[in-house]
Ligand binder design. Structure first.
Ligand SMILES: Nc1ncnc2c1ncn2[C@@H]1O[C@H](COP(=O)(O)OP(=O)(O)OP(=O)(O)O)[C@@H](O)[C@H]1O
Length: 636
């Protein structure tokens, strides 16, 4: 993972370029980000529709209140602006002062009323917004988690999928919320702008295009800046993920001992520093380019504003416009520029968050496409016969199958053992049997029913698995057992029986709070367990699940000799009426299995019981004799 020497300040350009290169699978998104101003205008209605759908599906009532309040506030602002024209018209007309004031009073009252209404509506909108915004965020996050957990396990092995998921989680959820926020703000600003534009157009038709001209350069600069920012985000995302992973390793408790034992601190820190250096340098480059663009935008904008006011002065000087109208127009121009700037700002933000929201949406679509099919048909209950016919599975990106053309049969009540060297495909085969993966080739049948045609959850419901590296669930000791069958109400006696079967009861009772002890050192008063204790807990969980098929992937790898013996004793008892699949490198534990399958490079190379395989004097006999002789040597 780490690709270079510890600390270096200067990087060869080609290495930097390689680190910053847009991965080929991001090209499509990167192209979207380099789209033109026109493309952005075309995308806007779609983005607004999505924002609306998201908000509406989250909370209809609050969305309706919010949009109505924003619309009404914009209309009130428009009336306020029109009343300013009335006030100025009254005050600047050619008449004695008391008369001018009297003429201005109705418009002044309207202005005060509209300001009050607008304030009240703004407060209502703020309250509704405060209610809607966290809900949108929650919906977006829950949707993401829901879809993520629906995809099949092989999708998780796909690095592209994980990158897409990373981007969706990193910015997508926030972008969903901000997109809705900005879309709603746009409603108010657009209404305000319309009223300013309407007033200006009524005062003099030439003023309206001048107003637009004054804002376009700033709008262009803002969009350019957002696009550049997003493009950089895409380019750097893989690097960011790498940096996060390294930061986690530097701060994680699990990697802490090895990090120190191998004195890896400087090595990893050096790599983090290198990545941060590249990102910081790019950031500075981006910032400079943004400042340059914004400067050009601001200068052109100021020039255009100057032209608008110059035209106004020219209209006044040449008598084409009287002073009262000119005063009102000057005010309307300043309000209009404010409103148009706000519109440009919100549109730009909609565009910007829309880009990140696209990542989110693309990931949701991808996850939906990769979601496991869930036919309504349930798998046969407690199958008497499990058959695998020419089953193969190749992990994404792998150049050869992990399980290759395997055919085997398991009957209820049998204990079968999978044996083979590291990487020979035992775990993968067990996962296929557990219904965690679907085979790419061949078929798996339970009592003659093809598992591809049944609901995968109905398969898993009948399987209990003790994984090679059981998950250390950050729950209490009790929950660590009961989650084996979380939907079933549990009794202390049932939990204790499973714990005893897994040889876990004794150490659990020695914990500070017994079964209630929280097993996570990340929280105050949480406890941690040894590798062997976690494994016993996993065995207890599997016993508690009480399933028809029990798959044990090296269940005793971390156990001491006494615990291992006890677990196998119980496994044998439990096997009655069930199917047990055992994976272990300890040949003595394999000996009593009804049938033993030997795997090599994913292929089944030998099968039979212990005596038959020993008589055949093949790979199994070789492995067995090797371990037996090691024990004999130790005994001598
Ligand atoms: N999630 C994965 N993605 C890609 N390749 C994988 C994945 N899991 C396993 N493999 C590869 O598939 C092959 C079989 O792995 P598997 O874990 O099934 O072997 P195993 O016989 O259980 O090994 P061990 O005895 O070390 O547990 C190996 O070459 C391994 O590198």
């Amino acid at each position: 993972m780490v690709s270079s020497a510890p600390t270096r300040d200067a990087e060869p350009e080609d290495e930097i370029a390689a680190d910053l290169a847009v991965p080929y699978w991001l090209t499509g998104t990167a192209e979207a980000a380099s789209a033109s101003f026109l493309t952005m205008a075309r995308r806007l209605p779609g983005l607004l529709r999505r924002a609306w759908r998201l908000a509406w599906s989250t909370d209809r009532r609050t969305t309706a209140v919010l949009v109505t309040a924003q619309l009404a506030s914009g209309v009130a602002g428009g009336f306020g602006l029109a009343s300013v024209v009335g006030v100025l018209d009254g005050l600047l007309r050619a008449a004695p002062t008391p008369e001018r004031v009297r003429a201005a009073i109705p418009s002044l009252l309207l202005l005060i009323a509209m300001t009050a209404v607008r304030s009240a509506l703004t407060f209502a909108a703020t309250a509704a917004h405060g209610r809607l915004s966290p809900q949108v965020s929650r919906e977006a996050e829950v949707r993401l988690m829901d879809l993520t957990t629906r995809v099949d396990l092989s999708t998780f092995d796909d690095a592209d999928f994980r990158d897409a998921m990373g981007r969706a989680r990193d910015r997508g959820i926030d972008a969903a919320q901000r997109l809705v926020d900005m879309a709603i703000e746009l409603v108010a600003n657009a209404v305000r702008l319309c009223s300013a534009a309407g007033v200006l157009a009524a005062l003099h038709p030439v003023l309206l295009p001048l107003l637009v001209l004054a804002v376009v350069p700033n709008g262009w600069a803002a969009v350019r800046s957002a696009r550049m920012e997003y493009r950089q985000y895409l380019r750097q995302f893989t690097m960011m993920r790498r940096k996060w992973m390294l930061s986690d390793l530097l701060a994680d408790r699990d990697s802490g001992p090895e990090l120190r034992a191998f004195t890896l601190r400087d090595y990893l820190l050096g790599e983090v520093r290198r990545l941060l250096g590249i990102m910081a340098r790019e950031r500075v480059r981006l910032s400079n380019a943004q400042v340059r663009g914004n400067l050009v935008g601001a200068a052109l904008g100021a020039l255009a504003t100057g032209v608008a006011y110059a035209v106004l002065v020219w209209l006044l000087m040449t008598g084409r416009m009287d002073l009262a109208v000119g005063g009102a127009a000057a005010y309307a121009i300043s309000v209009g520029i404010g409103a148009l700037t706000q519109v440009a700002f919100t549109v730009n933000h909609i565009y910007e968050h829309g880009l990140y929201f696209d990542s989110y949406q693309a990931f949701c679509d991808l996850a939906q496409r990769r979601a496991e099919p869930a036919p309504a048909v349930a798998a046969p209950h407690g199958p008497a016969l499990i058959e695998l016919r020419h089953v193969s599975l190749c992990y994404p990106g792998a150049d050869r199958p992990a399980v290759d053309d395997v055919t085997l049969t398991v009957r209820r009540g049998e204990v079968i053992a999978l044996v083979g060297e590291n990487g020979s495909g035992k775990t993968t085969l067990a996962k296929l049997l557990a219904g965690l993966y679907r085979p790419e080739g061949g078929v798996i049948r339970w009592d003659g029913v093809d598992l591809a045609t049944v609901d995968p959850d109905s398969v898993r419901d009948q399987v209990a698995v003790v994984m090679q590296d059981p998950t250390q669930w950050p729950f209490s000791a009790r929950e660590n057992i009961t989650i084996g069958r979380h939907e079933r109400p549990h009794t202390p006696a049932g939990v204790e029986a499973a714990a005893r079967d897994g040889d876990a009861h004794e150490f659990i009772t020695e914990l500070a709070r017994g079964y209630d002890t929280l097993l996570s050192r990340h929280f105050t008063d949480g406890a941690d367990l040894s590798g062997g204790q976690w494994q016993r807990l996993a065995v207890a969980r599997a016993f508690y699940r009480d399933a028809a098929i029990l798959i044990c992937d090296e269940p005793t790898a971390n156990l001491d000799a006494r615990a291992e013996h006890a677990v196998y004793e119980r496994l044998r008892r439990l096997a009655a009426g069930r199917t047990v699949v055992l994976i272990t490198h300890r040949m003595a534990s394999v000996r009593s299995a009804d049938r033993i399958y030997v795997l090599d490079h994913g292929r089944l190379i030998e099968e039979g019981d212990h005596d038959a395989l020993m008589a055949a004097d093949g790979v199994y006999a070789g492995l067995f004799n090797l371990q037996a002789s090691a024990y004999q040597l130790a005994a001598e």
